[in-house]
Design a binder for this molecule. Structure first.
Ligand SMILES: Cc1ncc(COP(=O)(O)O)c(C=O)c1O
Length: 492
């Protein structure tokens, strides 16, 4: 009698044990290999980040570290330049963003508002604590910046804005004590367009005195309108109370001390360009030690791209300056295609909004302004950015970098990626862009209303950070769009 099991019963279990073992070893080896290659990739990515970080010696921001700054305006500018790790690592090129959302008014527009008010005071157009009022037509950010500085300098503010901008901006303006007037978006040729209305309101400043005034002999409605020589900046004084010499008003103390209405006019006012030419541009040059290969920006008034672009080109004419142009804006066609400012949607009647047809706020333009004209000679390229691409980029940056940015910043960064791919750039190149504002001004409550004419739902304020709104507006929220764009060899 044998105690050994029969051979045919042992063999199958042996073979199955062997094959299970080889499968296990295979799985183990495969797993270890993939873990090793992932760790190696992460290791090299980390080393690259350390190498890049070592190039930019961390140094305190002078104004904000060891000094006491003089009030809120001392907090404006000198913003850090932040490396966008996810995009830089994926492209092998340094993508740097100027963190303008750190300004006290929350956007790049603080610089412009400060420069416009400083210049107006220098020119004698405005004097603090005189009961003067600053008027501006804006989609919001400039208004918030003006209202912030106006509070600190003793001015009142009236902001006229389209009624489709994010609700957060209106709330911020009201909290800052600004008078806010919201109007339907209209073309610039329309007298009721928000910029035109702001000019008219400034021109009428003081008219109330006339209506209420006791001097019936006063026939002229707006007798004391000053026009700045560099732009269409307009200043009116309270009409009844002022007698002054048109020639020598700069020396007329009595005149200077009177309240007046001042139309800031960011679109045409050269102070806008100067804020960037003398501020943002030189800061970028210093922060990168002159190692910049391209500057990318959207254009709302054109001030940023003109000022920074002109400054950087004056330092090194080989730096490429490129525009990030959202849907519905005509700049892409102007720069890249036909030399004409035109967008297809303008003629097709497919626009969802009246101004620039995009969910991106603050950039996009269909007319030439003084500030934009200063940019045209130095623009090398432009990239059309779809709403879906901008939305995708914003979500990608939150997921990978913890950066919660507004729509124009997202647009700028998509354009950076497209530029790098188009140029075929690799190691050693640096692209700088502007992170204009944060995402927290872009996710207000959805408010749809029915339009019997169009037979569809319209939304009365844009919500770039509101997925429900985007869904209803048929704009996908899809990270894959940016992941595909970053894939080597994928089309631009
Ligand atoms: C959020 C935001 N980003 C960017 C811009 C564009 O800047 P610029 O007017 O200098 O072209 C604006 C302009 O209003 C803006 O509001």
């Amino acid at each position: 009698m044998s105690f050994l099991p029969p051979l045919d019963s042992v063999l199958p279990s042996l073979t199955s044990r062997v094959s299970v073992r080889s499968v296990l070893i295979g799985v183990f080896l495969g797993f270890s290999l993939s873990v090793t290659s992932t760790s190696l990739a992460l290791y090299f990515q980390q080393k690259r980040r350390e190498r890049e970080a070592a190039k930019f010696t961390p140094r305190p921001i002078e104004l904000r570290s060891d000094e006491v700054v003089a009030g809120v305006t001392g907090l404006i500018g000198n913003t850090p330049l932040v490396r966008i790790n996810s995009l830089s690592d994926a492209l092998g090129v340094e993508i740097l963003g100027k963190a303008e959302f750190l300004n006290p008014g929350g956007s790049v527009k603080d610089r412009v508002a400060l420069r416009m008010i400083d210049d107006a005071e220098r020119s004698g157009y405005l004097r603090p604590y005189t009961g003067s009022r600053i008027f501006e037509g804006t989609v919001g950010s400039t208004g918030i910046s003006i209202a912030t500085i106006a509070r600190a300098r003793g001015y009142d503010t009236t902001i006229i804005m389209p009624d489709d901008v994010a609700e957060e901006k209106v709330k911020a303006l009201q909290a800052l004590g600004a008078e806010v007037q919201r109007v339907r978006p209209a073309s610039i040729v329309d007298k009721k367009q928000y910029v035109n209305l702001a000019r008219q309101r400034a021109a009428k400043f003081g008219q109330q005195d006339e209506i209420d005034g006791s001097d019936p002999s006063l026939k002229v409605v707006y007798p004391h309108t000053l026009q700045s020589p560099s732009a269409s900046v307009l200043v009116t004084t309270t009409s009844l109370k002022v007698e002054f010499d048109m020639e020598d008003w700069h020396d007329d103390e009595d005149f200077l001390a009177k309240p007046r209405g001042y139309f800031a006019d960011q679109f045409e006012n050269k102070s806008n360009f100067d804020a960037h030419f003398f501020g943002t541009g030189p800061e970028i040059w210093r922060q990168t030690n002159g190692h910049v290969d391209a500057f990318v920006s959207g254009a709302g008034t054109g001030g940023t791209v003109a000022g920074v672009g002109q400054y950087l080109k004056s330092a090194n004419e080989n730096i490429r300056v490129a525009i990030a142009d959202p849907e519905g804006s005509g700049l892409y066609n102007k720069v890249v295609k036909h030399g004409v400012m035109f967008d297809r949607k303008e003629s097709e009647g497919t626009k969802r909004r009246h101004q620039v047809d995009t969910v991106v706020e603050g950039i996009g333009i269909n007319r030439l302004t003084n500030n934009l004209e200063l940019a045209l000679p130095i623009l090398d390229d432009a990239f059309r950015i779809t709403d879906a691409e901008a939305v995708s980029m914003s979500r990608y940056l939150v997921k990978n970098d913890g950066l919660f940015l507004g729509s124009s910043s997202a647009c700028n960064l998509v354009a950076c990626v497209k530029l790098v791919k188009k140029m075929g750039w690799k190691d050693g190149k640096t692209v700088v862009t502007i992170l204009c504002d944060s995402g927290n001004r872009h996710y207000s409550k959805v408010e749809f209303f029915a339009s019997p004419l169009a037979g569809m739902n319209f939304v009365n304020s844009l919500q770039f950070w509101n997925d429900e709104y985007l869904h209803k507006a048929s704009i996908p929220v899809d990270l894959q769009i940016v992941e595909d764009l970053l894939r080597p060899g994928s089309p631009v």
